[in-house]
Design a protein. Structure first.
Length: 202
């Protein structure tokens, strides 16, 4: 089985050919996203279609996490806008939502009649474990992208550890972690970028 390699960081990745290409790409992405779209989004956008490098995906996903609303919808809006402006943002969002909404409504009707069955509840618990594994695997795949981060490897790993402990162990609400650690990381990155610019001017 061949492994699809992402494009090198210094080569601009190709983009969608048309609005229809954008719409169907996000439709296909959404239809694969049972249990979480992060793993599928990274595979489709970076490894297969090569519309983004790993570094770009990581940066866009970070912004999508901070913005209000579903993360992957935010990501679709950003990617669509990047290539086709407002029309692209609307096409990408339509692809992300149209078919899944119809399927969700049908599943909700079906699930209402079997939700109390032990077999169904057991199935859902099993799916949640797989979804957690997919998210963890995607996070590990994106780790190499942190090597060239302006924050520096030590700071990146420290932020990863503090975030994991805060949310996973101490149960600190996400509404506190994002502005606290995210704001600190942003200020540190701004400081590092300023220092790099000053060195370049010397």
């Amino acid at each position: 089985m061949s492994v699809v390699k992402p494009p090198p960081a210094d080569i601009a990745p190709p983009g969608p050919r048309s609005l229809a290409d954008l719409f169907w790409a996000f439709t296909w992405l959404a239809l694969q996203g049972f249990g979480g779209v992060l793993a599928v989004a990274q595979c489709e956008m970076v490894d297969k279609k090569r519309w983004l490098t790993r570094e770009q995906f990581l940066e866009d996903w970070a912004v999508a996490q901070v913005l209000p609303g579903p993360n992957v919808v935010n990501l679709s809006l950003m990617i669509g806008d990047r290539y086709f402006g407002v029309r692209g943002a609307l096409a990408a969002m339509a692809g992300m939502l149209a078919f899944p909404v119809v399927i969700l409504l049908l599943l909700a009707i079906l699930f209402a009649s079997v939700a109390d069955l032990p077999q169904v509840q057991g199935t859902l618990r099993g799916m949640s474990a797989v979804a957690a594994g997919l998210i963890a695997a995607t996070g590990l795949k994106l780790v190499p992208s942190l090597k060239g981060n302006v924050l520096g490897a030590l700071v990146c790993w420290a932020l990863v550890a503090i975030t994991f402990i805060s949310i996973g162990w101490l149960r600190v609400p996400l509404a506190w972690v994002l502005p606290g650690l995210g704001g600190t990381a942003s200020l540190w990155a701004y400081r590092q970028l300023g220092r790099d610019t000053a060195k370049g001017d010397c």
